[in-house]
Design a protein. Structure first.
Length: 368
């Protein structure tokens, strides 16, 4: 055999490492698979921890990108430049949604704080005692109730809380601005790069194209259901609240109905910031029965909303009413404000994966 026909010498170290790395050719051993899975799990956990401080901007940007996708597609057809079309869409969304809502919320919190301060000044001026003197028959019972719950202290504390809340909103405007700016920043990339991101995600997920499309469709339906379900229930509360204010001859029922509708959309605020001061105002002016009826009416509206929202949202999400309620409330507890969107999305995606697995098992389990 010629020297040119000889095989190159085998490096014992390379051979040893190759054998240890590959085991049998093309077949990784179980230890390697376990190590890769462990690294993937650790990496996913660390990625979640990195994203945790930004969950609210991420959730809001995701929801806005889904809701405004048809509008962005129209802009992109007109502009024909991905970056410019995404920037124009983000600016339009900011003008239409974010800026007016932020300004209105700050203004309404300030108005609520001013109203609470007015009520406290009326109590300090003796209006509450004058009301009791004008109704001697019920004065002993009311005095006992007030002593048990410390109504003046409760009202004073509520007024102080509202004042501090409005002050905190103004003082924390820089932090809020950064959060809004981050939402816009993420929204820009969600709109501009969504096709590339979805294509990359398709290659990562262990599903077929049909299954992945079903999974993405479930997420889109969930976001639409949450947003429009919240808007519908908020509108119902605002309309009913405005009608109640009109029936009791309270000032500006149309304005406060709109405010209650907006507050009903916000998961943390609620309509109680409007109707509780109104009930206190009626009680201080001697209209005890009206105050009680107004309180009962708004409590009934809140209970109705609690049952109505899961029905509206769950129908499109294809979830049971109780499961929809638990996912929304549980999401708020686990993820904070972002959980109002993330909670139902997590449940919807999990159930979609379960359905995909069930379909594969019924088909014979070859893919599984």
């Amino acid at each position: 055999m010629n020297n040119g026909d000889r095989e190159p010498p085998i490096d014992p170290m390379t051979e040893t490492l190759s054998g240890a790395t590959l085991g049998r050719p093309g077949v990784p051993n179980a230890l390697q698979i376990a190590a890769i899975v462990a690294v993937a799990i650790i990496g996913a956990y660390l990625c979640f921890k990195l994203a945790l401080p930004f969950l609210t901007p991420l959730a809001v940007a995701l929801a806005l990108s889904i809701l405004f996708t048809p509008f962005h597609n129209w802009v992109k057809r007109k502009v024909q430049k991905p970056a410019l079309s995404a920037a124009l869409s983000v600016l339009t969304i900011a003008v239409i949604v974010i800026v007016p809502v932020t300004l209105l919320v700050v203004q309404m919190v300030q108005e609520a704080a001013n109203g609470a301060q007015l009520i406290r000044s009326e109590i300090d001026g003796g209006l509450f005692q004058k009301t009791l003197d004008a109704h001697p028959k019920i004065a002993p019972a009311v005095t006992w109730i007030v002593a048990q719950i410390d109504l003046p202290g409760l009202i004073s504390g509520g007024a102080s809380w509202l004042t501090n809340a409005s002050t905190s909103l103004l003082q924390g405007s820089v932090v809020q601005f950064i959060g809004v700016l981050l939402t816009f920043y993420l929204l820009f990339y969600f709109l501009r790069d969504r096709h590339d991101a979805l294509a990359s995600l398709r290659t990562f997920l262990p599903f077929s194209d049909t299954e992945t499309s079903k999974l993405f469709g479930r997420v889109v339906d969930t976001v639409y259901a949450i947003v429009f379900g919240t808007i519908i229930t908020g509108t119902i509360q605002g309309v009913l609240g405005g009608l109640i204010f009109w029936a009791f001859a309270l000032p500006a029922p149309l304005l406060w109905g709109m405010v209650m509708g907006l507050f009903a959309i916000l998961p943390i605020v609620g309509t109680s910031m409007v109707w509780i001061p109104a009930a206190i105002f009626l009680a201080l002016n001697g209209a005890w029965i009206k105050a009680a009826i107004l309180t009962a009416a708004f409590v009934g509206i809140s209970v109705l909303d609690t049952f109505l929202y899961p029905v509206i949202v769950g129908d499109r999400m294809k979830l049971h009413t109780a499961l929809t309620f638990i996912s929304a409330i549980g999401g708020l507890i686990v993820f904070g404000p972002a959980g109002f969107i993330l909670g139902p999305v997590v449940v919807a995606v999990t159930l979609a994966v379960k359905e995909i697995l069930h379909a594969r098992l019924q088909a014979g389990g070859t893919t599984t």
